[in-house]
Design a protein around this ligand. Structure first.
Ligand code: SF4
Length: 371
């Protein structure tokens, strides 16, 4: 309740079809959007009736932030279409990507008397957002409370094709727009990318390349999400059959085999790659990198993934100057044990208290779990 009491649901459904998620299955692929008037009325209702409202709406969204009023151009085609996603492997040419109705709601919402700030907390479909730079500008300059969570989920095509997620190139394009509009507004705000470890179709090498990407981009995941085979998700079928169900299910050689990450040791290794910076993971990573023939990544230079030395206190996690700490919510309960409170100069994280953000919650500094 704390998380949603100042948030407004503007739509239901999702045409993304990410295989690890079952929202498309239980809410439908055709987006049901509320009317503009109904949304505005609810914002006013929250302002007038919800106890503790301080002027900040914490979210205007739904399963995704930006599928409002988007859908297939032709109802007949939509009714007959059996594609599991309208945005994978690329955006369907029949899909409308006009973000103007959403921009209009954001603008109207901001003008409501007594509303100081409207944040967007729902996950952003950034491959759609980059189709409308005007929307990205509106979002970045008015509706980001210091950091924006987005979910590339991986950098490598092996797992991305099993997840039905867009390539990392879309993330790069979105980041360019995000940085540009943030600078234009004279603000300091950051992107928080989420990644999944151990998804079906993820090899040890894929996780290693993701770790190299994280290090190159200065990201340190504080919490990680590890794949869990949940009900109704397509990836769950891959997990249990070992077959890429997106390519047809066959017991013989026609079925495309998928690398399924099972067992504590491999799941721990994949998770360790996401937390390559944690000394507690270095012994496991050293052993794996040697087995993989990538001992060249072990060393004490900037281009190495992990060092040769092992600190006395391997549970510590020292931050280097200019390196960012990021918070990634856990899909399952595999949280890193809570550390002691922040020390002077330490970058704030989920465990120590997130960076300052206007949340609309009357309790400043409360440790609120991201959605
Ligand atoms: S034709 Fe394209 S936009 Fe229309 S429902 Fe199918 S995938 Fe979606």
């Amino acid at each position: 309740w704390e998380m949603i009491r100042f948030s407004i649901n503007i739509m239901r459904g999702c045409f993304g079809g990410c295989t690890f998620c079952s929202i498309t299955e239980h809410e439908g692929r055709i987006i049901q959007s509320r009317s503009e008037e109904s949304i505005i009325r609810e914002i006013e209702d929250v302002r007038d009736k919800v106890q503790g409202f301080t002027g900040t709406i914490s979210d205007l969204g739904g399963p995704t932030a930006n599928m409002y009023r988007l859908g297939c151009r032709t109802p007949e085609i939509e009714a007959a279409c059996r594609k599991p996603s309208c945005v994978y492997p690329g955006i369907c040419q029949n899909l409308t990507t006009n973000h103007d109705p959403l921009i209009k709601i954001y603008r109207r919402g901001r003008e409501i008397k007594g509303v100081k700030k409207i944040l967007i907390g729902s996950g952003l479909r950034y491959d759609l957002a980059i189709q409308s730079p005007e929307y990205v500008k509106e979002l970045v300059q008015h509706h980001v409370g210091g950091y924006l969570k987005i979910a590339p989920e991986h950098t490598e095509s092996g797992p991305l094709t099993k997840m039905m997620k867009p390539g990392i190139g879309n993330y790069d394009k979105f980041k360019q727009l995000f940085d540009k509009f943030t600078a234009e507004a004279g603000k300091k705000q950051f992107l928080i990318p989420y990644f999944i470890a151990a998804h079906p179709g993820t090899s040890d090498e894929d996780m290693m390349h993701l770790a190299i990407w994280l290090k190159k981009n200065g990201f340190r995941a504080d919490q990680v999400q590890t794949f869990y085979p949940s009900t109704m998700a397509t990836a769950t079928a891959m997990y249990h059959t070992g077959i890429n169900t997106l390519k047809g299910v066959h017991r013989d050689e026609r079925g495309e085999k998928v690398d399924v990450v099972r067992g504590e040791k491999r799941r721990r290794l994949h998770k360790a790659f996401l937390r390559y910076h944690d000394p507690a993971n270095w012994p496991l990573l050293r052993e794996a990198l040697k087995t993989m023939g990538r001992a060249d990544l072990i060393g004490n230079g900037k281009h190495h993934l992990i060092p040769t030395f092992q600190p006395m206190n391997t549970g510590g996690c020292g931050a280097r100057k200019n390196e960012k700490f990021l918070t990634i919510p856990s899909m399952v309960s595999e949280k890193v044990p809570a550390k002691t409170g922040p020390k002077p100069g330490q970058t704030l994280t989920q465990h120590t208290g997130l960076p300052p953000r206007v949340t609309g919650n009357a309790r400043p500094g409360s440790k609120k779990k991201p959605r």
